[in-house]
Design a protein around this ligand. Sequence first.
Ligand SMILES: Cc1ncc(COP(=O)(O)O)c(C=O)c1O
Length: 462
Amino acid sequence: MQDTRELLERDRRYVWHAMTGHNPKAATMVVTEADGAWVTDSNGNRYLDGMAGQWSVNAGYGREELARAAYDQLKVMPFYPMIQGHLPAIELGEKLNEWLDDEYVFFYSNSGSEANDVAFKIARQYHQQNGDPGRWKFVARYRGYHGNTLGSLAATGHAQRKYSYEPLAPGFLHVSPPDGYRCIYCDGGGTCGRACALKYAQEIGRVINWELAETVAGVIIEPIITGGGVLVPPEGYVEEVARICEESGVLLIVDEVICGFGRTGKKFGHQHYGIKPDIVTMAKGITSSYMPLSATAVKRELFEKFGGTEEYGRLRHINTFGGHPAACAVAVRNLRILEEEGLVGRSAEMGEKLGSGLAGLEGNPHVGQVRGKGLLFGIEVVEDKEGRQPATAERMGSIISGCKERGLIVGKNGDTTPGLGNVVTICPPLNLTDDDLAFMTGTLKEVFAGSGGERPVRPPVA
Ligand SMILES: Cc1ncc(COP(=O)(O)O)c(C=O)c1O
């Protein structure tokens, strides 16, 4: 076992962690091993990772075949830039196209943020080359997250992630998120139906109209808003957004960075709604995070507008590592694992069980709503149920730490929307076992009950 104190001293000296500043007392956890749905820290403590890393280790930890896929590829051909081709990039494109169930072409990058930036560039250039050169704006939703770059952060609707970093890229406009619990069109509380769905979608239509459709290049949505608080849209919303985009000549970009690769119980989240987006962006679960990789999937007819031999008709975008051969090889193997082990269907099944396991929580005076799809859940925590006053930071902190003390890692929608960092997020690996699931729901129930009762039994090490 590592000497944790010494590790932490070195860590504090040399590593600047995500979402942190200088804090000599930071209680950082150094993770040393991981297997299945579980991670182990440098003190030998095991935790069920109810967040699959960063919403991303879809196939679970400890997959030797993924390590081998990278090793085998690195040995044969470690790198060649994507101005030319290589086998893993071709195989991955073919497989992703099959998963998307339409004709798409794939541009590879390293992260979800970059995949979205590429989507914005492609959308603008497409319109220019399609006789619509005035289209450059994008409509997104408050509470949606699309990344950390100056473009993808501009698309993001999280004021707290933008503060101190503005001005960002111009041309990004925001509308209300479809929030069935805090609905601005009805009483809310989770009873939102089609009428509200249409009103939320119409906000997008109205902004397109007010801005002048001829100036709007695209709309970007996540099928379900994830990091912003797991907001499952009311029935009919996504379809109506797609219809409005089509009617206004605006491209629909669907950000599947979290919702993709089985997370919501379908291969991609938008497949719940029977739509075919113009552009789909993906990352995280594409390799189950064993290697950095992302992709911007673009409908073939859009791609064909990018005249390959014209000086400015081509996409003039390049990055060194995007489409790295080892990352693509890992992604191909990862998709095969998801298929062979039926993990997309398992996500749907386990999601049902998780939903029923957590349903009882709604009786708790501090649980406003439990919502989700597949293995993606949010628990909206409140101070008082009737007024729906969001839980305080202290209450949220004690829930998260209560879970961790008991060996369960869950997340929250931190630093997103002022006053609304009150959703506990749950997004475990798709291959978690029945025992893992029971441990997870049992622990959450116990923590919400605030009891000193009997702790749920941890499954033994496999
Ligand atoms: C929906 C969504 N889009 C984009 C991103 C950005 O991805 P990355 O962190 O790989 O840049 C994230 C990251 O969490 C995300 O959740």
